[in-house]
Ligand binder design. Structure first.
Ligand code: NDP
Length: 620
């Protein structure tokens, strides 16, 4: 839906809204038209199908450059009380809370050669978490650790994951470099059988699926993708033997190489400055310009650290999520570009406008106020580009023309300036993407760019089915597969429990309230599942827990009731949130997330636990 300029500012319609949010200097009508035109240019019928699954002829893009190939070990056959599939922060939190709840035998399984999940795989130069480390890194107070930088670097984050695994004794039973390929409920033994690509036959009373939301790399199905004969890899499988250097940069082996990067998302923002410094020539192939917010990283102040009092981390985490959810809070504890932008593009700005007007806003006014305020922030982002990038044509091409709330925004203080270097060229594809690959390079708008090395910073599968992302399809009671039970879309209680799948817990974003700070959601989920496991164990050694039909129906009804009815999301440019502009995809992030927001969701889970009777679950 596009609200015409005259509707917004026209006589007697929705007057004066722009002035309420400081947008009165902007040419709102032109901006709306530009945003709509740029979105339309990017909409494509193949939506998610524009990407190829990284299997078969593309499976080399998933190989792990960080472990020795050919590891062999004898297959394991044993029994655990709980098994957690995935050893990223979600899996680590689940396993840690289960250990705290008194479970002795807890096993982590992960395809990586160590724990850490996304931070194990994403070791590209410059990898950094763009969320304040004191809210992103879990269990800081429990482990007595305070990060050195406001935004922690990849190696420090990976080390923190290892710290958690060591602290809770999670390496003891861990099976790494191991992929689960089957998960089947056994009603006789009341336990799950897990099979793996290493021939393991594992039995477990409880199973937690913590595979991660953005873990399977994806490649664009560009014509000729199999013809390219140069070196290539996905950003999450960085090959330092080819590039030289480390996560800190210094990619000296690229000094005589022409390098291409496809993609300009949050990952590319961090990679490009390093490639720009090291490569002989760098081409950055852009389809949609990124929003590049101010980073302003700094070291943790020792005086501030000394002033922290018990409960400090939870207070910061909750404060950050509250601001990013549009709540009114007195204090901004993290105070960075995330909170600055989100204070101005969420419901909070509409509430403030209503207060200033002295009346409620109509739904159209509500959406319009958020869009106008978003345009003000977008204008700031574009002004920063104009100030930073020397060449006016490059600067123009780098400007994003879409609502900031549509796509995950990024932050960097060196990305834009990298385009001022003589060896760096932005190749803008005007929203259409790379045209095709040849044996020697990349073709855009009829011109071939020869490259020795091509790096796909093209992201991860989102909005595809669980089975496709994980490589296994749990088989529950009566031999029913999860994909069959969910053929019309996910059916859960709280996103964690499925009917017919006893003692199985799902972490992640499906039918949960997603948070920008993903570890906050994982922390709440891990507390919740540890509570349910504790209650189930208290009911006896062979007790099982699963969702009731009514419980699932109730949660689906609540999901529908809270589904975002905001017309403004229809104005969004394609992204992984809306399954690349396919709003009907039942797996689309917009369709699977709980619209009530994280604050309501977490409070509801806490109240549910406090009730003591676990409504919607049955323990048999
Ligand atoms: P994204 O999915 O965000 O970006 C993929 C990029 O590839 C986009 O720029 C996309 O363009 C581009 N692309 C896809 N197909 C083509 C094509 N055919 N031709 C040209 N370009 C193409 O992946 P990222 O790896 O950057 O980020 C994924 C997520 O990982 C982030 O959203 C974030 O959640 C997380 N992340 C978090 C970080 C942190 O600091 N916490 C750091 C890095 C990543 P288009 O935009 O047009 O689709």
């Amino acid at each position: 839906m596009v609200i015409a300029a005259e509707e917004l500012e026209g006589p007697g319609e929705l007057p004066g809204l722009a002035a309420l949010v400081g947008a009165d200097d902007l040419d709102v009508g032109s901006l709306r038209l530009r945003y709509a035109a740029e979105r339309d240019r990017r909409l494509r019928k193949d939506a998610n199908d524009q990407y190829v699954e990284v299997t078969a002829e593309f499976s080399n893009y998933r190989e792990d450059p960080d472990v020795e190939a050919g590891l062999t070990r004898a297959p394991v056959r044993d029994q655990m009380e709980a098994t957690v599939i995935g050893a990223g922060f979600s899996g680590l939190l689940a396993a840690a809370r289960l250990r705290e709840a008194g479970l002795r035998d807890v096993r982590l399984i992960d395809s990586g050669g160590d724990v850490g999940g996304t931070w194990y795989w994403n070791r590209y130069p410059g990898a950094q978490c763009d969320i304040d480390a004191t809210v992103y890194l879990p269990l800081l107070e429990e482990l007595g650790y305070v990060p050195q930088d406001k935004y922690a670097y990849g190696p420090d984050i990976l080390e923190h994951a290892r710290r958690i695994a060591r602290h809770f004794g999670l390496y003891e039973h861990a099976l790494l470099q191991t992929e689960v390929d089957g998960l089947r409920w056994d009603a006789t033994t009341r336990s799950w059988w897990i099979s793996t690509n290493r021939g393991d036959r594992l039995q477990s009373r409880f199973v937690v699926i913590a595979n991660g939301a953005l873990s399977k790399p994806k490649l664009p199905a560009i014509e000729g993708i199999n013809e390219y004969r140069g070196y290539s890899f996905h950003s999450s499988r960085w090959d330092y033997t080819y590039t030289g250097g480390t996560a800190q940069g210094g990619l000296q082996r690229l000094a005589d190489k022409r390098v291409g990067v496809i993609g300009t998302g949050a990952t590319a923002l961090q990679i490009v400055p390093h490639l720009a410094r090291s490569a002989q020539q760098l081409y950055v192939f852009q389809r949609t310009p990124a929003v590049v917010g101010v980073r302003n990283n700094r070291q943790t102040d020792p005086a501030w650290q000394a002033s922290l009092t018990p409960g400090w981390q939870r207070r910061r985490i909750e404060n950050f999520t509250a601001i990013l959810s549009g709540a009114d809070v007195d204090e901004d504890l993290v105070a960075d570009s995330w909170t600055d932008i989100y204070r101005n593009i969420t419901a909070r700005v509409a509430r403030h406008a209503a207060r200033r007007l002295g009346r409620d806003l109509s739904p159209a006014e509500y959406d319009a106020v958020i869009q106008l305020s978003d345009m003000v922030k977008g204008h700031e982002v574009r002004s920063r580009i104009a100030r930073t990038v020397d060449d006016p044509r490059t600067a123009e091409a780098l400007k994003p023309w879409y609502y900031l709330y549509c796509k995950r925004i990024g932050f960097h203080d060196e990305y834009l300036a990298a385009f001022n270097r003589p060896n760096v060229e932005l190749v803008d594809t005007h929203g259409r993407g790379v045209q095709r690959l040849t044996a020697g390079g990349v073709v855009v708008e009829g011109r071939e760019y020869e490259v020795d090395c091509l790096i796909f910073a093209t992201g991860f599968e989102v909005g595809t089915s669980l089975g496709r992302r994980t490589g296994y399809d749990p088989v529950g009671r009566d031999g029913v597969r999860l994909t069959e039970a969910w053929s019309a879309g996910p059916r859960t209680l709280h996103g964690m429990h499925a009917r017919g799948f006893p003692n199985l817990f799902m972490m992640g974003i499906v039918q949960n309230a997603t948070t920008i700070n993903f570890t906050h959601l994982a922390d709440e989920q891990s507390r919740h599942l540890a509570y349910v496991v504790t209650q189930t164990r208290a009911a006896g050694d062979s007790a099982c827990v699963e969702a009731t039909e009514d419980g699932v129906a109730g949660w689906l009804a609540e999901m529908r009731a809270k589904a975002s009815g905001a017309a403004r999301v229809k104005d969004c440019t394609p992204s992984y949130s809306n399954s690349e502009g396919d709003p009907d995809n039942p797996h689309s992030l917009d369709n699977i997330r709980y619209g009530g927001g994280p604050l309501v969701f977490f409070r509801m889970l806490a109240d549910w636990r406090a009730s003591g009777v676990m409504p919607g679950l049955v323990v048999a």
